[in-house]
Design a binder for this molecule. Structure first.
Ligand code: BGC
Ligand code: CA
Length: 256
């Protein structure tokens, strides 16, 4: 027997193998064991392959699920963003329309205000000429204004005098001219007028305006005796103003 295998038939090869083993029976057993091993390995490989495929499939399915979930989320977010953009665009259009409308209204307002001012100026001229002011019964017309002079012998505090005027749709008289001053002082002994000391220690008229300049105060007035003289009166004798406590009771003159 040769140990060289080249150029030998299959049987020879078998013989060669046989040389390395202890006989034909043993060789057959080994082959069957080897086959079992091979099949086992193949099964194991297949199992491994199957397992890998399952894992890959599972992962693919999980990834698909994630993909679907994120796609949905992205879709919703995109839609939300687009809706907000649409809303913003609508609001911008609305805002622009409102701005235009406001400009038109402002223009109209200016026109109306201008004609109102013209009419008011015309009315003022007419009033100065004394043509169209009519006073209620019991009121006195003077320089085209209406005055109510409290009844003879009736006196009230400054507050209550004012209240009486307000109930008549008017207020205590505001004296702006010497003429008016002379008209008011003619009434009775002492008369309340619509002048009072405001919180800031300034003298104010009942329409909220501040007294400008010296007005018609008596010499040495207002002197705020005892720090309690917060209302102004005009007396017939002095023909000028004096500050006195508001709780005093005097006659009063209302102006409409
Ligand atoms: C004073 C006034 C004061 C008044 C009070 C007068 O004698 O000259 O300033 O308001 O008394 O009643
Ligand atoms: Ca005084």
């Amino acid at each position: 027997m040769s140990v060289a295998f080249s150029g030998k038939s299959r049987e020879d090869e078998g013989d060669g193998w046989n040389l390395m083993t202890s006989g034909r029976t043993h060789n057959s057993g080994w082959r069957s064991k080897s086959s079992v091993c091979l099949i086992g390995a193949a099964v194991a490989c297949l199992g491994l392959l199957l397992l890998t495929m399952i894992l890959v499939a599972k992962n693919t399915s999980a990834i698909n699920q994630w993909d679907t979930k994120y796609e949905k989320l992205i879709y919703e977010l995109t839609k939300g963003r687009d809706d907000l953009r649409d809303e913003r665009d609508q609001l911008m259009i609305h805002s622009s329309n409102l701005t235009k409308e406001m400009e038109i209204l402002r223009g109209q307002y200016d026109t109306v205000a201008a004609s109102r001012d013209k009419l008011q100026a015309k009315l003022d001229t007419l009033n100065v000429n004394g043509t169209d002011k009519s006073c209620l019964q019991g009121w006195i017309k003077f320089n085209n204004k209406c005055y109510y002079i409290s009844a003879h012998g009736v006196t009230k505090t400054w507050e209550n005098s004012r209240k009486d005027c307000q109930e008549r749709g008017a207020d205590l008289v505001i004296i702006t001219t010497r003429d008016e001053m002379d008209f008011v002082k003619r009434s009775y002994g002492v008369t309340w007028i619509g002048l009072f000391r405001g919180k800031e220690d300034t003298w104010k008229w009942v329409d909220g305006t501040e007294l400008k300049g010296r007005g018609f105060w008596q010499d040495g007035e207002p002197n705020n005796v005892d720090g309690e003289e917060n209302c102004a009166e005009v007396s017939r004798s002095a023909a000028a103003w004096n500050d006195v406590p508001c709780s005093r009771k005097f006659s009063w003159v209302c102006e409409d």
